[in-house]
Design a protein around this ligand. Structure first.
Ligand code: SF4
Length: 337
């Protein structure tokens, strides 16, 4: 992993860059290592230090984050970088308690940065560690209610020395050996004391409280193009889903959405529906399209010239909308020629 320090270098006393550890941990929340690597490289190439990130334009950071999801993380990333530069002289604090005061830094991220970047004793408890702890102690009470108990066990395992190595090792154990299905108990360094291995219950742990059925929300999304090829886009409000991201204008997203076109013109039902799943609901957006003249003044949003528009700056839900309108796009391209 590009944010880690090689074990040989670590033994020689080299510490990881707290900026890299913090950024990787924020990106890894709800996201796989495979997906994060590319974004981590992009961010640390464009903004190699926390000072560079703090000075970045909000829109550039949101565009670079597009596709990684959970966009509140990107907004907090920027806020946090600015707090570190403005209030902490550009140096990440090394204590768990102070790290917790930073925007977007919760108990897990604070513990990860304190232990991995600064070798401070702090207990990490992510999904991998929860699984390892539930199995080591053969705990059958379901998550999330049992989390405090698992935290207590995780704390008893956390050593006073080499806290960073331990944090990474226990998370790696969960990610690579004590996996959700088919844990590789035969090669596990903790196979002897593991209670679930002895009881034969490892594969069924941790138990989880059954989730409620995910609701479906509906909405209209409006794709308008001017006759010079410019796209109508808007920056979504800071608060709420896809906050601060560039998007096609849309109606409310609910059981019974109210049409809310951004321009008073003739809208055509494209017959396409973009589907995207957020954490708490499935979204279905009916795609409405319109061709409009140049100039046209929208009630909201702004036109972005075709050659300045990059679909990669759109969040995934809006990228799906874009990907569903290629034939119409080709028609407009031909008209514009
Ligand atoms: S022995 Fe098996 S169940 Fe127990 S911690 Fe190791 S891999 Fe997980």
């Amino acid at each position: 992993m590009p944010w880690r320090v090689d074990p040989v270098d670590s033994k020689a006393g080299k510490r990881p860059d707290p900026y890299f550890i913090w950024m990787s941990e924020v990106m890894l929340q709800q996201t796989t290592v495979a997906a994060v690597k590319e974004y981590f490289r992009k961010f640390t190439t464009i903004w190699p230090t926390v000072h560079d990130l703090a000075a970045a334009e909000d829109a550039d950071v949101m565009a670079a984050w597009a596709g990684l999801g959970y966009y509140a993380r990107a907004r907090n990333l920027l806020k946090c970088a600015r707090v570190v530069v403005n209030d902490h002289g550009g140096a990440f604090p090394d204590s768990y308690d102070t790290l917790l005061t930073l925007p977007g830094v919760g108990p897990y991220t604070a513990a990860a940065v304190a232990s991995i970047a600064f070798n401070r004793k702090a207990t990490v408890l992510d999904g991998n560690v929860e699984r390892v702890m539930a199995r080591m102690h053969d705990i059958h009470d379901p998550l999330p209610g049992v989390k405090p108990v698992l935290m207590q066990y995780a704390e008893t395992f956390t050593p006073n020395g080499r806290a960073g190595d331990y944090a990474q090792a226990v998370m790696d154990l969960g990610a690579t050996i004590c996996t959700p299905k088919n844990p590789a108990c035969g090669i596990c360094p903790w196979r002897d004391p593991c209670a679930a291995r002895v009881a034969g219950t490892a594969a069924e742990l941790p138990k989880k409280t059954p989730k409620k059925k995910t609701p479906i929300r509906l909405g209209y999304v409006y794709v308008a193009r001017r006759d010079d090829g410019a796209w109508l886009l808007e920056t979504r409000p800071e608060k709420g889903l896809l906050g601060g991201m560039l998007a096609f204008p849309s109606s409310d997203w609910s059981d019974d959405p109210t049409p809310d076109p951004p321009i008073d013109t003739e809208w055509i039902d494209s017959g396409y529906e973009a589907r995207h799943t957020f954490t708490h609901f499935h979204l279905r957006l009916k795609i409405m399209t319109a061709d409009v003249a140049n100039p046209t003044s929208p009630d909201r949003g702004h036109f972005v010239n075709h050659n300045e528009f990059s679909p990669t700056a759109l969040p995934t839900a809006m990228r799906k909308v874009f990907d569903l309108i290629p034939r119409r796009d080709a028609t407009i391209e031909n008209k514009a020629r």
